[in-house]
Design a protein around this ligand. Structure first.
Ligand code: NAP
Length: 325
């Protein structure tokens, strides 16, 4: 038996149930991982509340990001061995002390990346990589806009975009978050609870506006996010922390300057093993050389997953959160 946090019926944070579950031996192509840390992500709340349907039905073990040591390998696994240190992103199953993972989704961790760092960044950091390097290629001198700049993905995006030479503008929910975002590469912060963020962006950029906006907020920042973009700019809607963007008339993209709009997910960008490894290696490189730091600002015991979700959804967290089995 192993400790795990399961959802038996979808709902609020209180449906997360800490319990003992059976763990079978790793099957064909699987490895068993003794988890050292589990990442907490906004997507975990979408599955918990049923906004994203669970691919394995109910009950399911929550969580989509983790890191640990390989303790057994199933039939057909050749390139991972017992004792390897791995990190991974897999849909569900991560809030557990031990679990089985498809070997082709596991990435071996370099010696200079700790388990806690890996659990705090495999999902958030690989997302930052594909958003900045693949969905839209950020370059020196560009104005780049990041919503929720002090959040888990947000702090990584700000540091990385800054490292690429961009001028980074970010929104934050409080003055403390503004100070934190600034300390992590965000050049200009906007308190979007009080200020008109599109008008402030116009001011900050002297009317030039931005080449790209990374919007993980969704419902409450749309369509104002489009007004932060220069002609031919990219609206990258990558999350729905405030609810999903509602259906809109595509002509709005024309009237606001022939804009591009996309709703990307890491699943697509890292679907092929070679892309998964390339994205992970790019992340390990910037973190390894200290250009991007992974602030782990909340640590909880695995049994306290309810509190972790409550804190995340009430906008009380900054940077990454992890659960420790
Ligand atoms: N598409 C992908 O591949 C992908 C992958 C990973 C994550 N994501 C998305 O990235 C976004 C950030 O994820 P994360 O795990 O790093 O979370 P996070 O940014 O640490 O937390 C969410 C933040 O959103 C802001 N927010 C604004 N309105 C909110 C509301 N109504 N309720 C809750 N929060 C609100 C809060 O910051 P302020 O207080 O500063 O407003 C809050 O701290 C999420 O939308 C997530 O779904 C997408």
């Amino acid at each position: 038996m192993v400790a795990a946090v399961r959802v038996h019926k979808v709902g609020g944070p209180e449906v997360l149930t800490y319990e003992e579950i059976e763990l079978p031996a790793p099957g064909q192509g699987q490895i068993r991982v003794k988890q050292h840390a589990c990442g907490v992500n906004f997507i975990d709340t979408y599955f918990r509340m049923g906004m994203y349907p669970s691919p394995v039905g109910l009950p399911f073990v929550s969580g989509n990001e983790g890191a640990g040591e390989v303790t057994a390998v199933g039939p057909g696994v050749t390139d991972v061995k017992v004792g390897d240190r791995v990190g991974y992103v897999v849909a569900l199953g991560c809030y557990a002390s031990e679990r089985n993972v498809p070997a082709d989704r596991a990435v071996k961790l370099p010696a200079n990346i700790s388990y806690e760092q890996a659990a705090a960044m495999m999902l958030k950091g690989m997302t930052a990589e594909y958003l900045l390097r693949r969905t839209f290629k950020v370059d020196k001198g560009m104005n780049v806009f990041v919503h929720a700049a002090a959040g888990g993905v947000g702090l990584i995006l700000c540091q990385w975009a800054n490292h690429l030479g961009a001028n980074v503008i970010g929104t934050v929910g409080s003055k403390d978050k503004a100070a934190l975002a600034k300390a992590n590469g965000c050049h200009h912060t906007i308190l979007y609870r009080d200020e008109d963020f599109a008008a402030r962006t116009k001011e900050i950029t002297g009317g030039k506006l931005c080449s790209v906006i990374y919007d993980g907020i969704g419902k409450t920042t749309f369509p104002a996010s489009l007004d932060c973009l220069a002609p031919l700019g990219y609206f990258v809607s990558y999350g729905s922390a405030s609810g999903q963007v509602e259906a809109f008339n595509i002509n709005i993209l024309q009237t606001k300057g022939s804009l591009f709009a996309t709703r990307p997910t890491l699943n697509t960008y890292a679907a092929k093993r070679e892309d998964l490894l390339a994205i992970a290696n790019d992340l390990f490189d910037v973190v390894g050389k200290g250009a991007v730091k992974i602030p782990i600002n909340q640590k909880y015991a695995l049994k306290d997953a309810v509190k972790a979700h409550k804190d995340l959804e009430s906008r009380n967290t900054t940077g990454s959160s992890i659960l420790l089995p």
